[in-house]
Design a protein around this ligand. Structure first.
Ligand SMILES: O=P(O)(O)OC[C@H]1O[C@H](OP(=O)(O)OP(=O)(O)O)[C@H](O)[C@@H]1O
Ligand SMILES: NC(=O)CC[C@H](N)C(=O)O
Ligand SMILES: [Mg+2]
Length: 503
């Protein structure tokens, strides 16, 4: 997952982009970048690190201009080198910068065809640089210096024909405007907001509505799957559906884990969906564990807290924050390597003994992916004196790789792959383990949004909505991105090739 923002304002936008990226930090902790347009030139700052570390005052001062885009990165393709931090830039036509959330599933073919057919050199292993070059190539069709909204939309239509996978995109074109578009299945989220100022209306697009809230932008609506939004430098808004037959099939894992609870995506409150996940799972626990003697419900901070509270309500049991989270340690699941993830769980969470001693505890997490968290948390609960440790996951068993922007490339890293619930329980050391069913999860996320009928659920059921994923693809993904492969590929930071970077 990554976070993206884009703004066409009436005054300098650097601070708003920075603020937006800060509240999207939970979507990507590896690298951050901002591009603004100042008097016909791009101003760029991007590097590995958290937003607060990447942008110093001197960078912010240089990021002048009333239009710009930003990105926080969680790598799912290529390497984690700073050269693959976003936004990416290409000089022709006009000068374009682009930031992408998602993952392309035909990157290999695109790389070949861009070189052979368009004679375009791609300087990194990033799929997002490919996407930028496909867009640039299609925008070249307009041979004039002018670029109408229709020209832009025709280019996006052709882009949709060439690329496959998941993509929410923001892009700025020098001398013209800001372009945003979402893949035809709407796998990754993208919202549009606006705010009134004395100089006129300002527009903002972002991965999540929370990025709009903090600077006083009002959520207008989601960008529809397949739709493109083009806002000219002067602030005129144009929108167009650029894909015939687009449908809304958002990634369900956004609601389970990725998005912030205070965001609304596809007209569904993430918080509301998590409360309903707790409701559904609470009901299942009542049905299937009627005889269990649970004393207390304890969440595994942070994402599962709203879910666990609702389970406690449903079971009419006390809810206690038995783990304290160190606020200075980030999310462990989106860290790049297993060794780092493993070390971080213990650094991040500590027990409050009194909540465990002599009790039968029900620990609740939003998901069990590699089992890194659950295994250690259960051990900590026992060390703190718990009698019995039961474990509940608000997501079903994750058994299949993700190809759409979540870094789960290898089935062998997934604890539920090829295992039944009792085997998983044994591996993580739980006395009992329960998973939410996929139907219940879907019911919970939909809530009363009747128009949302389908979700991207491949990690649970192995159905890939883009219909282009076969065994050979999954095998090549696994060998390119499994933990060991990543280690051998990543360059030392100082060797990152940083073209057009402003130190
Ligand atoms: O089975 P695993 O491979 O450990 O992955 C699942 C865990 O990782 C995530 O937490 P994370 O620490 O990333 O973030 P959070 O603080 O938002 O819960 C998620 O909430 C689970 O706790
Ligand atoms: N998680 C994402 O959205 C990643 C975007 C892109 N595939 C990258 O690796 O940079
Ligand atoms: Mg967690």
């Amino acid at each position: 997952m990554c976070g993206i923002v884009g703004i066409v304002g009436k005054s300098p936008v650097n601070q708003i982009i920075y603020d937006g990226l800060t509240v999207l930090q939970h979507r990507g902790q590896d690298a951050a970048g901002i591009v603004t347009i100042d008097e016909g030139r791009f101003r760029l700052r991007k590097a590995n690190g958290l937003v607060r570390d990447v942008f110093q005052e001197r960078h912010m001062q240089r990021l002048q201009g009333n239009m710009g885009i930003g990105h926080v990165r969680y790598p799912t393709a290529g390497s984690s080198s700073s050269a693959e931090a976003q936004p990416f830039y290409v000089n022709s036509p006009f000068g374009i910068a682009l930031a992408h959330n998602g993952n392309l599933t035909n990157a290999t073919e695109l790389r070949e065809s861009l070189f052979k057919d368009a004679r375009r050199h791609i300087n990194t292993t990033s799929d997002s640089e490919l996407l930028l070059n496909v867009l640039a190539h299609e925008l070249c069709e307009s041979k004039l210096m002018e670029l109408s909204a229709d020209d832009v939309f025709s280019a996006v239509k052709r882009v949709h024909k060439h690329i496959r996978g998941a993509y929410a995109v923001v892009s700025v074109i020098i001398g013209h405007g800001l372009l945003a578009f979402r893949d035809p299945n709407g796998i990754r989220p993208l919202v549009l907001g606006q705010r009134e100022t004395e100089q006129g209306v300002e527009y903002m697009v972002a991965s999540e509505s929370v990025a709009l809230d903090i600077d006083g932008f009002k959520l207008v609506r989601d960008v529809a799957p397949g739709e493109a939004i083009y806002i000219t430098e002067a602030g005129e808004l144009h929108t167009k559906q650029c894909f015939e037959g687009a449908k809304c099939v958002p990634c369900i894992f956004e609601y389970v884990y990725f998005a912030r609870p205070d965001s609304t995506l596809n007209d569904v409150s993430v918080y509301g969906s998590r409360v309903r996940m707790g409701e559904q799972l609470g009901l299942k626990i009542k049905r299937e564990w009627a005889d269990l003697d649970i004393d207390v419900v304890i969440p595994v901070p942070e994402t599962s807290c709203d879910i666990a509270l609702e389970i406690a309500n449903e079971l009419q049991l006390p809810y206690r924050q038995g783990f304290v989270k160190n606020r200075y340690v980030g999310r462990t699941f989106i860290m790049p390597g297993q060794a780092q993830r493993k070390k971080s769980v213990r650094r991040k969470l500590n027990t409050i003994e009194v909540e465990f001693k002599g009790k039968n505890v029900l620990l609740v997490d939003d998901s069990v992916v590699r089992g890194t968290t659950s295994e250690q948390i259960i051990e900590m609960a026992r060390d703190a004196g718990a009698k019995k440790v039961y474990f509940a996951s608000a997501a079903p068993e994750i058994r299949f790789p993700n190809v759409y922007g979540i870094d789960m490339p290898s089935v062998n890293e997934l604890i539920a792959h090829g295992r039944e619930v009792n085997e998983i329980a044994e591996m993580i050391g739980a006395d009992e383990l329960i998973f939410q069913s996929l139907d219940d999860l879907i019911t919970a996320v939909k809530g009363d949004n009747e128009s949302l009928t389908h979700f991207e659920t491949s990690v649970f059921d192995g159905n890939y909505i883009t219909n282009d994923i076969d065994q050979a693809y999954l095998e090549s993904l696994e060998s390119a991105r499994k933990d060991n492969a990543k280690k051998s590929k990543s360059l030392p930071l100082e060797m990152g090739l940083e073209l057009h970077n402003d130190e």
